[in-house]
Write a protein that binds this ligand. Structure first.
Ligand code: NAP
Length: 444
């Protein structure tokens, strides 16, 4: 990929890039099918992504008519990178096999290796014959909603498509690599004021939070809503807080350290709960929840903002769902997209039905939502929450930091980009948006 990087750095035209040969193999971060049981018997918290993630060359797949080759300049770690690398709740090779059975071209995905990664920023090198709106040389970010648009189920809300998948998690050839294949309907313009790594960290988490709170498919937050956000300086939480502040709501951020409390205050979120300092024990033991602790949590919220939350932004799952269903306002909404601490959740259904609360599920975002969320980044109205950057060959360490809840916001990964700080196309606009806002998580 050296010649490609040189051409990009030299400002080669789209036509010149399109004429460069695509190498037969490329560097990628992947897990191996024959190692999927390597952590058997190891407690989840001790499963170490540095042991399962390999960095090496993999063969380049053929390009389909509706796909493009992207020279990946940067990518990011998502929690699904952790899931893939610790083979939980299932090894991802089952997803690849199922995809491989769907069509002749999908068979490319079913390999003994799985190239991970569901975010990318980069440059288009070549486009398939049916790609209309994008061309070689375009600087792009990639969202991870992978759907086959020749299926009617994909044409209302594409997240409802029967063949909907997350690129780089349920498909092969993800973004943690020097090269990727993506469908043309995953492409979005790269924000001109951001570096490659700042541009790469947003799409998955930003779009997820957009759908959960702003889009018409989930909680549909409105001005004046009080919204409680678990993990409020985490990947999805850090964008959620920005949407609430932008949208005229009142955020309550829950975090687990004084540093995170400070970070939220610096974002403009005044109502913050340090769950560790409060010492909440929602579960008395593995089988029993403690309603008095739910009450103590609810009381704290009322002390802070004077009322119960209209919306609770839920993703820890088993640890917190009981408390979330209890604490949300009568008639309010708990919106969930995940279960980091366990997916067999438990709550007191009386609090749900007697108080007419709603529990809504949400999952990533359709193209329309992802594009709307990307537009807000491009306009400098939502900012990247990147706290650190790793080179591709240290992806395992980065995934371990996320697994151990040691990282704030998002971690960027340099793929082809040789160093941080490259890729800004519009420095004047960057100045207008404000370096302090763009780098709030980075410069601490
Ligand atoms: P992250 O960056 O690791 O942030 C998660 C935050 O949750 C942490 O910062 C932590 O904050 C908090 N947390 C962790 N365990 C907790 C617990 N037991 N109780 C309360 N809070 C806890 O991860 P992320 O990127 O935000 O993703 C969060 C979850 O959403 C993951 O499970 C991920 O797979 C999922 N997700 C789903 C989608 C989707 O489309 N469905 C998209 C993105 C992410 P404090 O320790 O500071 O409280």
């Amino acid at each position: 990929m050296e010649h490609i990087l040189e051409a990009i750095q030299a400002g080669a035209s789209g036509e010149e890039l399109a004429n460069l040969p695509i190498p037969e193999s490329f560097r990628a971060a992947f897990v191996k099918r024959d190692e999927a049981d390597m952590f058997e018997g190891v407690p989840s918290a001790d499963k170490d992504p540095t042991k399962s993630i390999h960095i090496d060359d993999v063969p380049t797949p053929e390009l389909e008519h509706d796909e493009v080759y992207v020279a990946v300049m940067a990518s990011s770690i998502n929690f699904n990178t952790v899931w893939t690398s610790i083979f939980e709740p299932l090894p991802t090779f089952g997803f690849l096999q199922r995809l491989g059975r769907e069509s002749e071209s999908a068979r490319r995905h079913d390999q003994p290796f799985h190239v991970m990664g569901s975010d990318a920023s980069g440059v288009i090198l070549q486009v398939g014959s049916e790609v209309r709106n994008w061309k070689p040389g375009d600087r792009v970010t990639v969202h991870c909603n992978h759907v086959d648009d020749q299926d009617p189920t994909a044409h209302d809300d594409s997240m409802l498509a029967l063949n909907q998948r997350i690129w780089g998690f349920e498909t092969n050839y993800g973004g943690l690599a020097d090269l990727s294949i993506v469908k043309a309907n995953q492409l979005m313009p790269k924000p001109t004021h951001l570096t490659w790594e700042e541009a790469a960290v947003n799409a998955l988490c930003n779009s997820t939070s957009y759908r959960m709170l702003v889009g018409r498919n989930a909680a549909r937050m409105k001005q004046g809503d009080v919204v409680l956000v678990w993990g409020a300086t985490g990947g999805i939480g850090g964008y959620a807080i920005q949407y609430i502040l932008n949208g005229g709501g009142t955020p309550i951020g829950v975090v687990s350290s004084p540093e995170r409390v400070q970070l939220l205050n610096d974002m403009g979120c005044e109502a913050v709960i340090d769950r560790r300092a409060e010492g909440y024990q929602f579960w008395k033991d593995e089988h029993t929840q403690d309603e008095s602790e739910w009450r103590r949590f609810g009381k704290k919220i009322r002390e802070l903002v004077g009322e119960d939350p209209d919306i609770i932004f839920e993703h820890p799952g088993r640890s917190t769902m009981g408390a979330s269903v209890f604490a949300v306002k009568r008639g309010g909404t708990v919106v969930t997209c995940a279960a980091t601490s366990g997916y067999m959740v438990e709550f007191d259904n009386r609090h749900l039905w007697m108080k007419l609360k709603r529990l809504i599920s949400s999952h990533f975002a359709n193209y329309h939502e992802a594009a709307a969320a990307n537009k807000l980044i491009c306009q400098g109205k939502i900012h990247p929450i990147m706290s650190d950057v790793y080179p591709l060959d240290r992806v395992g360490e980065a995934a371990l930091a996320v697994h151990q809840n040691k990282a704030e916001g998002k971690l960027g990964v340099l793929c082809l980009a040789p160093e941080e700080g490259l890729g800004i196309d519009d420095p004047e606009f960057r100045e207008r948006v404000g370096e302090d806002k763009i780098t709030l998580y980075r410069n601490r």
